[in-house]
Design a protein around this ligand. Sequence first.
Ligand code: AHR
Length: 503
Amino acid sequence: MKARIILDRDYKVGQIDRRLFGSFIEHLGRAVYGGIFEPGHPTADARGFRRDVLALVRELGVPVVRYPGGNFVCSFDWEDSVGSVESRPRRLDLAWRSVEPNLFGLNEFMAWAKEAGTEAMMALNLGTRGVDAARNLVEYCNHPGGSYWSDLRISHGFREPHGIRLWCLGNEMDGPWQVGQKTADEYGRLANEAAKAMRLFDPSLELVACGSSFAAMPTFPDWEATVLGHCYEQVDYLSLHSYYENRAGDLPEYLADSIGMGEFIDSVASACDFVKSKKRSRKTMMLSFDEWNVWFHTNADDRHADPWRVGPRLLEESYTFEDALVVGCLLLTLLKRADRVKIACLAQLVNVIAPISTVEGGPAWKQTIFYPFLHASRYARGLSLDLRIEAPTYESRRFGTVPYLDAAATVDSAEGEMAVFAVNRSLSEAVEVELRLGGYESWSVNERIVLASADPKAVNTAARPDAVLPRRIADGAGIEGGMLRTRLEPLSWNVIRLSAPQK
Ligand code: AHR
């Protein structure tokens, strides 16, 4: 089949915030214990950080990591996780029905984040706690010294403040599963008061209020309007969470989920703009899609099978090639909404619904979804361009007409680099693409990467970590008269990198 993409220097979505390629580490399952932290592992450093995992996290290039939850944070006492390890209590974590030994806590995470070359997005407990814990935590983390909480940090061996800029005001506070669930009015008031206290400490902090836990929540989007009615002027971002699944085994429907993601973003943006109008505000609320991924192979309720263990096996998805394609489509949607979505976190990073998996005492490896994320985080730079795509379509039960070809493009003019990302959703047919490069006629292709697999159900495992691997294609994308022509294989994720002519 044939398709056309028109790209033009003057059609822009907006500047991409690097934090669009963030991720998430929660005290859940083996994300921390047996994931990023495993004292005694052959690659562990003196602090117990697995160096093999650190190398993969660095390779993935995540600029920000949300921590420590998730549902976990809603009944977490941060004070338990600092000070000498011997003095820290073992606690029951009700969210995941596990034991939290507090061997790895706030300061360890900050040290790990530094090693990983990433920033923290710190989540506060607004489930069982409130303004007091929030103001104390921010003082502990960010004040240079000379006050009770900052001096306590210094006494814990961290003279320099952590300087955490980005904070989540709770997590999924509308969820009936949440410890300390709130109504929209209760949460909106609490978020406003916590934010006010934090801003009295430092007005420049970036604060994220909780949106609905997912689009199908019965309270969506009233929750957004009510919460922001209370805290609009105090916060910078509203959160979105969404996980996608293929329980029905219907791949064309599954590949259309990125359309649903786009509609969800548009609805949340509309709810924010409604409050903006109501308040006659000059401020536009930006969005933080701080939990997104594919999640359905494991059962979330396996936490009931064998509770009260440290680092149990929970939510350990084995991702197929199909899942990687869907992750690719979701990344295209985030890039196409980069004017409004400034932060996004692939949930999660290690072992738990993650692109990186580990064996205790053994290797770490890359799941299939590692690759599209890596390509986007590495090559999507600068401006997101507003493409016009004309492609054959199919009908989806939930989303109507879906194009077989989906694409996004980014350009970093200062560096002279452009990247075109594209997915062919067709199960059987290649797409012959003509891409018009308006304003970039003299640019040339320097690399083409394809992720495809003869077996859509192929997975990477510890024993076969390379079953699904991207490959570089030397030929197949030529430019003539400002038109790039290429062929995209059926069911494939593609990256075409272009460079400006040498000066
Ligand atoms: O990422 C796993 C869980 O999914 C998080 O703890 C929660 O916020 C969401 O429901």
